[in-house]
Ligand binder design. Structure first.
Ligand code: ADP
Ligand code: MG
Length: 287
């Protein structure tokens, strides 16, 4: 039999957009001292509208660069891939077929397009390939992916994402309740700093790989923090599993939802506030 107070709290949680997958973690939510937020798709919408398409090699014009980028991303379900697909469609581009698709979480994708080896990813991908970005291009704030064709830098594409309307209020309320809010992202330093500043977060870390997200949670736990992690991607799954309370965004990937203890059905960061405050109220009734 389910204790009455717990049963009531579960129906209350449904009303507040929370799908509880792990009852124990749900009941422990009142103990949270730190929340680590993934950026892309969690605090932001993941809208990823293509802003700039910039060839860096005279062999490619904008349309050709977009064709290669969209083709190599066709096996990806990342917001970046979806943004490219929308743009290619709007421009009426014919996207070639691709094969040998591979994805390295937090780094980028690779594959064969028109018989050529194509890669698309952020700065870590560029470094691994032994290439460097044009200096002035390290100054911008948008999310940027570089397109590498047969080992040479062909160009880059930038994307604008929007911060969710509810993110700022959620973070402020959590901080007012004594909870520390950190940002952890695989995206580049400038984007991470801008989002952390705009949302008034306590700290941030950029260009973090999936295993490093998990290590970061472990380090906080070792320092005595009771840690919640929120995320939406495949790359967030190890950290969601490691956290004392793993929270997935409803609009995110199935892998994240299946790994998490709680799912935010409406993808609203404000529902985390309800989770914690209701957890506290329910606990008071039980003791
Ligand atoms: P976050 O940790 O904020 O959710 P992600 O881990 O989703 O961000 O992405 C981090 C970075 O990894 C991206 O900014 C990009 O540089 C790279 N990346 C991830 N997936 C892809 C992809 N499909 N194509 C190109 N780059 C990718
Ligand atoms: Mg994400």
């Amino acid at each position: 039999a389910v204790p009455l107070v717990a049963a009531i709290s579960t129906s209350v949680s449904a009303k507040h957009g929370l799908l509880v997958r792990n009852r124990t973690a749900f009941e422990n939510a009142r103990k949270i001292t730190t929340i680590v937020f993934d950026k892309t798709g969690t605090l932001t919408e993941g809208s990823h509208e293509v802003m700039r398409v910039v060839p860096l090699d005279a062999a490619y014009d904008e349309a050709e660069l977009l064709r290669y980028a969209t083709a190599v991303e066709s096996g990806s379900e990342h917001h970046i891939a979806k943004g490219l697909q929308r743009r290619a469609k709007a421009d009426g581009l014919r996207v070639p077929a691709s094969s040998d698709f591979a994805y390295e979480a937090g780094v980028g994708v690779s594959g064969t397009v028109n018989g050529r080896a194509v890669r698309a990813g952020g700065y870590p991908m560029l470094e691994r390939t032994g290439l460097t970005a044009p200096a002035e291009e390290q100054e911008t704030v948008d999310t940027k992916i570089f397109i590498i064709i047969d080992g040479a830098l062909a160009g880059f594409v930038t994307f604008a994402d929007r911060i969710r309307k509810s993110s700022a209020g959620a973070i402020k309320t959590l901080q007012n309740n004594g909870i520390k809010c950190s940002l952890l992202t695989g995206d580049n330093e400038r984007v991470a700093a801008a989002v952390a500043r705009e949302l008034g977060m306590d700290d941030y870390m950029a260009e973090v790989l999936p295993e490093q997200k998990q290590d970061k949670i472990k380090a906080l736990q070792a320092a005595g923090e009771f840690v919640a992690m929120t995320g939406d991607g495949v790359n967030d799954a190890p950290a969601l599993a490691q956290a004392d309370v793993g929270i997935a965004i409803g609009s995110g990937t199935d892998v994240a939802a299946e790994t998490a203890d709680i799912v935010l059905v409406d993808s609203n960061p404000n529902d985390i506030v309800n989770l914690i405050l209701f957890g506290k109220a329910t606990h008071r009734k039980m003791v």
